[in-house]
Write a protein that binds this ligand. Sequence first.
Ligand code: FAD
Length: 347
Amino acid sequence: MTSPLPISILGGGLAGLTLGIALRQRAVPVTVFEAGYYPRHRVCGEFICGRGIAVLQALGLDRKFTAAGAIEARRASFHSNRRSYAEKTLPRPALCLSRHVMDALLANEFRHLGGQLREGERVAPIEPGPGIVRATGRRLEAGQAKMKWIGLKAHARRVDLSPDLEMHFVPGGYVGLCRLDGGLTNVCGLFAVRGPLPRLAEEWPEFLRGPAGSVLHQRLGQAEFMSDSFCAVSGLDLRPATAVRTRECSVGDALTMIPPLTGNGMSMAFESAAWAVEPLAAYSHGALGWNEAQLGIARRCDRGFGRRLRCAALLQRMLMSRAPRSVLLHLAARVDWLWRAFFDKTR
Ligand SMILES: Cc1cc2nc3c(=O)[nH]c(=O)nc-3n(C[C@H](O)[C@H](O)[C@H](O)COP(=O)(O)OP(=O)(O)OC[C@H]3O[C@@H](n4cnc5c(N)ncnc54)[C@H](O)[C@@H]3O)c2cc1C
């Protein structure tokens, strides 16, 4: 019997590590190359929402997340600058866990299953080829766009959250607050910036606190930010991408990004990893050619993500403009089926 062909995964974030774990469960030799070291903070709202939770359950990871401090979120509220809307129950509970804990947990699990994890190895751009999976995360916008998306996150203490999640729309962006284990709140925002980038190293707390007089500013009035948890990313490319157009095998954000307000990006990382497992295992064991495996994964991802990416892009555009936002938030707060439809169509 010939030995199984190895798989190399570039990027040890959620998609890369989940794929690595699932492949190791099928005895596939896997190496993950990760530019950074664990544990580390990532810009993320830190709530998992959508079908990816079923992937975690199938891999036996949900119990490990809970043992590591993941908590369920059931209630959410929405605020637009100075105005608050009625609190809503999430149609399905979300799972909240710090990325500092989550990524390290997945890395340990991958190692425990016999995976090779090469931390501190940033892989140079390479030609896509047999056995190589790109899981390098968020795509950065090429060139000099007039408007740039920046993402910021920090953990804070002394935040009085009434539901488990709060979404605050402020001029030019939004900030999500998410209850975490140990009395912490994750504060994470996405902002559209025109012109030169602000001096984020000094100005980030002002961005995350929102304008004076806003509900967000009031909510974070007593907040103590933990500056060692601060991280930022800029120049995000949030335009939906189609997998079959590329010749490479990619999963997670490397494939396409969904607007963060849906809280569905982590779920998509888990889902795309799950869809890649069988074709990659079949390739490794000699039952499928590389091109068929790559194309099969791309088609499955496009089918699974197409509608939700389009709906999320439209929703984000509407929620970033004042008048459509107040109509949408007002309707979603009052009409339950509409709230459920927004939730389901973006997941
Ligand atoms: C502001 C903001 C808020 C968000 N909030 C949420 C939320 O609340 N809920 C949610 O579900 N999603 C959220 N997301 C999205 C979520 O963070 C991503 O979808 C998720 O992290 C994608 O996982 P990934 O594994 O594809 O990428 P990542 O987790 O980014 O991992 C990619 C990894 O690849 C490594 N890497 C990159 N380049 C190389 C290289 N050349 N060589 C080796 N390694 C490399 C990186 O170091 C990183 O570890 C948010 C995103 C943003 C920007």
